[in-house]
Write a protein that binds this ligand. Structure first.
Ligand SMILES: [Fe+2]
Length: 451
């Protein structure tokens, strides 16, 4: 959200916050009303919570921050706090807890929302860091949207007839209009992270200079067609493309292709997408690959994955001004012309579908479509300051995680920015994860300043 603190119109901010809270609740409702109660309480995968847990957990976090802390109200249901504390119960074990029933969860989140809106009306939006620029409200909007993406991933794992429907994404560009497959990003300094984005989370802060040598990065993510070529070339059978940990995981988990893919007797690859089985689209970014698969593909292609800093420089750096943009296309909030975000389409869009969303370096589809694996662990930026609680980021720093950037078709625009950092275990692929490749620039390319 764009907020200029120097001209802060508190009433306008309240109106905008209320709209965003409404939008996130509409999505949570659509995702939970789409199935019956037996589906809501079921465990569709040990990797995921029952949908009814996500719903009540959304309410629980909103109550903790907006009703109790910001609003100063008494707890509504203190006895359920522990059930919905993500750190007390693994996802796999939540199905066995005495959770609120679907009707109870719905009435709980509605009651919390009433009180949160009351707090929004009564709270001055300055004078305390938690409420400056409506930060706590923005954090809760993003939290609900993050769980809406998690619930969408649960829907993808659910077996049964399709229950979610959306329009197809816009068409892509043919290869001629799409232009070159990769682009050079010249060496030099850029500003990573942010100190001014009002709703940026602690791990995105502060802004700091980073010096990078010249590198070359793909102008769009690796597509299904490109990935099929890797599979058909025996990429899953040859350890030379895999790291030691990646190969061990490939063998142990029996990976032979992206999750939800299957080859028929004629050799055609099919994928299952929210209950629909269809041929793997050659021109859509590949999705549901783990970090190890992405890194193996990149090695096979003679490239590597970008680092997190390279991804962000390709996305934000404007060589004309030297400054870093909020989004690849500039500082304006995303519109449907910029990126495939917000569950507007339930699949990645073909490559080239968003020319208006390209970065200053000519890199397409950095935001939306698929989260992009980067070859970087999750670490704090220099000058990091935990806020407002350690369990958002700090406890994960240095763990067995790899960074994902840019959001997916399942991510709401309010929950992602070009500075936004996501992280997950390198073996995870039930998330909407894909990748693009990068490589070091050769001395000749680097000196020429272009390809
Ligand atoms: Fe959560």
């Amino acid at each position: 959200m764009t907020i200029d603190p120097t001209t802060l119109d508190e009433q306008a901010v309240r109106t905008r916050v209320a709209e965003l809270l409404d939008r996130s609740r509409a999505r949570s409702t659509a995702l939970t009303d789409a199935v019956d109660d037996s589906d809501l309480v079921a465990q569709h995968s040990p990797l995921m919570s029952p949908l009814v847990w996500d719903l009540a957990h959304i309410g629980s976090q909103e109550e903790l921050w907006l009703v109790r802390d910001v609003g100063g109200r008494e707890p509504l249901r203190p006895e359920i706090d522990g059930l919905y504390d993500a750190f007390q119960h693994s996802r796999a074990s939540r199905v066995d807890l005495p959770l609120l029933t679907p009707p109870e969860a719905r009435s709980y989140v509605a009651e919390v929302r009433d009180k949160a809106l009351d707090a929004l009306d009564r709270t001055p939006l300055r004078g305390r860091r938690l409420v400056d620029n409506a930060f706590a409200f923005g954090m809760i909007v993003q939290h609900e949207q993050q769980h809406d993406e998690t619930m969408l991933a649960t829907h993808q794992l659910r077996v049964g007839a399709p229950v979610l429907h959306a329009a197809p994404p816009p068409p892509g560009l043919d290869p001629v209009r799409l232009g070159p497959r990769e682009v050079l990003v010249p060496g030099g300094r850029f500003e990573q992270g942010t100190s001014v984005e009002p709703w940026a989370l602690d791990n995105e802060r502060p802004a700091h200079p980073v010096d990078l040598p010249a590198f070359v990065i793909d102008t769009y993510p690796v597509t299904g067609g490109e990935y099929v070529a890797f599979v058909e070339a025996g990429g899953y059978d040859d350890p030379q493309w895999w790291s030691a940990a990646g190969w061990a995981h490939r063998v142990e988990a029996g990976l032979v292709a992206p999750q939800f893919w299957e080859r028929d007797a004629s050799g055609t690859w099919w994928r299952r997408r929210f209950g629909v089985v269809e041929p793997v689209p050659a021109d859509e970014p590949v999705v549901h690959v783990c970090f190890h698969e992405a890194a193996a593909y990149a090695a096979w292609a003679g490239k590597r994955l970008p680092t997190e800093a390279e991804w962000e420089k390709a996305a934000r750096h404007d060589p004309a001004t030297g400054r870093s943009r909020r989004y690849p296309w500039g500082d304006d909030d995303p519109t449907p012309a910029h990126a495939n975000l917000g569950q507007r389409h339930l699949q990645p869009a073909p490559v080239g579908a968003y020319p208006a969303g390209a970065s200053a370096h000519g890199v397409h589809q950095l935001m939306g479509d698929v989260w992009e694996w980067c070859d970087s662990g999750f670490h704090s930026y220099p000058g990091f300051e935990m806020f407002p609680y350690p369990e958002y980021s700090e406890v994960f720093f240095g763990g067995d995680y790899k960074i994902l950037r840019g959001g997916s078709f399942g991510t709401d625009p309010s929950a992602v920015r070009a500075t936004f950092r996501n992280w997950d275990h390198p073996v995870r692929r039930q998330i909407f994860s894909g990748f693009r490749c990068a490589r070091d620039a050769t001395p000749v390319e680097s000196a020429a300043g272009g390809l």
